[in-house]
Design a protein. Structure first.
Length: 512
């Protein structure tokens, strides 16, 4: 792999994704990992990412010089660039001239390989206080900027290069070209990380791990479990049984999508458990959001456990498939102890006498790669491009107690919002579009000839990169207007439609 050494800024994941876009497999490692351990992974190259703004900052992570003696190609970015300059005998200065944001690079493409065939003026994204004023011996300087006399350098013989700016961000023009030049032409790596190879590798790995044992998987209706199961099915066919617990809290058409379209596309063996009544009973009268989540999590495990026992009784089941993604792996390895703001529910916590080993075929993949994989495996587009949807489903989008009637109202309103968003061609412009029913709130309206006393619906379209932060989506007013008109016309219980214009933070994406 290409190792991306994470110095604690938010850029490491982005760099790793860009490297993969160049069809080269990459992994993120913490800067605290000893060099020997990095080298044990037999890296094709090492990329030092951005980090704190200054190598002089107290406690700033140092780069172990042994890294440069190993003969592995190295690319330094931003902080990694400065750390590299310092470790190799260049000069990093505290000029007091900071550059944050866009600036223009004065490039000398002909002086090296990294910027080959690029223009002599390149808009780039900078974020630094210190700068490199002198490159280490043996390095050619190929660019400068107003705040960074040395903004790019390379040592072809040593297969090393670095840049002060961030080639991984969209604000830097030709950033992807620069990464490609480093990977292909300086480090000499072949672009072989393609969907076809990912599938072949994973299928082989799953077969090797599972052997002739049976495998079980819980489908949620979401992209991750659907793709994970499809991949496992491709590897071991009918040794896989999927269990779909229909908790009755999905949106219109979603259960059918799993039970019909998905099965038709994959030929997967599916056991459907219709547990809608059980969940409704358990949720009866419950209004507290955390209580709802805990009840749903608990019931889910009980129902899944019973189904798993039945499947297990029929065969030799040793493995459980989970759709864990790479960011989860990186983030839980980071161990930053983020506060538990809402208890997220996933399959986990199975009882001890049901011991399964995990099969997690998406552990090395980012979400966009999982989607590509899903398409390559022939999954329905609607499923592959489905927006994130919370495990507890519509129960946490009904503010107040959950009931069958309220679910029906919310489903109808939600379907209208989704239809209009799709009709406007805006599905990929929003991260997610929760529709919320304020079931305990009523307001006066006039519909048809009479006074009504109905419930408000809240539209909550958001834009986000990773759901950690979000902003409300500026959907065109005419789309919002069509949704509002249709909901108030077609859903008699609703007489008011409102738009949530809160970012996250302070608001979370979901209302509960
Ligand atoms: P919040 O509301 O915390 O949501 O801003 C962040 C993202 O997580 C989703 N979400 C969940 N997903 N189980 C899930 O699988 C859950 O319990 C859960 N709660 C929230 C939410 O839809 C958003 O994408």
């Amino acid at each position: 792999p290409v190792l991306v050494v994470d110095f604690g800024a938010q850029y490491a994941q982005l760099i790793a994704r860009r490297v993969r876009e160049a069809k080269v497999y990459s992994e993120i490692v913490p800067h605290s990992m000893p060099v020997a351990e990095m080298l044990a992974k037999d890296p094709a190259a090492i990329i030092l990412s951005g980090g704190p703004s200054s190598v002089y900052e107290p406690g700033a992570p140092q780069v172990d010089a042994k890294l440069f003696d190993a003969g592995v190609p190295v690319f330094g970015i931003c902080y990694g660039f400065q750390a590299m300059a310092q470790a190799l005998g260049g000069t990093v200065s505290h000029t007091g001239q900071r550059e944050f944001g866009g600036t223009v690079l004065a490039a000398r493409p002909e002086a090296g390989v990294l910027l080959r065939e690029l223009p002599t003026e390149i808009p780039v994204w900078m974020s630094h206080g210190d700068c490199v004023t002198e490159a280490p011996a043996g390095f050619a300087v190929t660019a400068g900027s107003p705040g960074a006399p040395v903004a790019a350098f390379e040592d072809l013989a040593g297969r090393r290069a670095g840049v002060q700016f961030h080639p991984e961000v969209a604000h830097t023009a030709h950033g992807q070209d620069m990464l490609a030049r480093f990977l292909y032409d300086i480090a000499g790596i072949e672009p072989t990380w393609t969907m076809g190879n990912i599938i072949d590798d994973q299928v082989a790995a799953i077969r090797e791990k599972v052997g002739d044992k049976e495998v079980i998987c819980a489908l949620s209706g979401g992209v991750d479990s659907a793709v994970a199961a499809a991949l496992v099915h491709k590897a071991v066919g009918d040794q896989l049984t999927c269990v779909f617990v229909d908790h009755g809290l999905l949106r219109a058409g979603e259960a059918e999508q799993v039970e019909q379209d998905y099965v038709a596309a994959t030929g997967i063996k599916l056991k459907v458990v219709d547990a809608a009544d059980r969940f409704l009973t358990a949720l009866d009268g419950v209004t507290d959001p955390e209580d709802k989540r805990k009840i749903i999590g608990r019931e889910f495990i009980r129902v899944f456990e019973a189904a798993a026992r039945e499947v297990a009784a029929a065969g030799d089941v040793e493995f459980l498939v989970q759709g864990t993604l790479y960011p989860d792996v990186v983030e839980s390895g980071g161990g930053t102890g983020t506060a538990n703001i809402k208890s997220h529910h996933n399959v986990g916590g199975l009882p001890d006498d049901l011991k399964f080993s995990l099969v997690e075929p998406l552990r090395t993949l980012f979400k966009d790669e999982v989607r590509q994989l899903g398409l390559s495996l022939g999954l329905p587009e609607a499923m592959v491009w489905r927006h994130p949807f919370p495990g507890p489903g519509l129960a946490i989008r009904i503010i107040g107690a959950v009931s069958a009637d309220r679910l029906a109202v919310l489903r109808a309103a939600d379907l209208i919002a989704r239809e209009e968003l799709t009709a406007a061609g805006l599905d990929r412009d929003v991260w997610q579009f929760p529709v919320v029913l304020l079931a305990d709130v009523r307001s006066v309206g006039v519909q048809g000839d009479g006074r009504t006393y109905g419930h408000p619906i809240v539209l909550r379209p958001v834009s986000s990169e990773d759901a950690m932060t979000a902003d409300w989506s500026r959907l065109p007013y005419d789309v919002i207007a069509r949704i509002s008109t249709r909901i108030t016309n077609e859903v008699p219980e609703v007489n008011r439609v409102t738009l949530d214009v809160t970012s996250k933070p302070p608001g979370t994406i979901e209302w509960e």
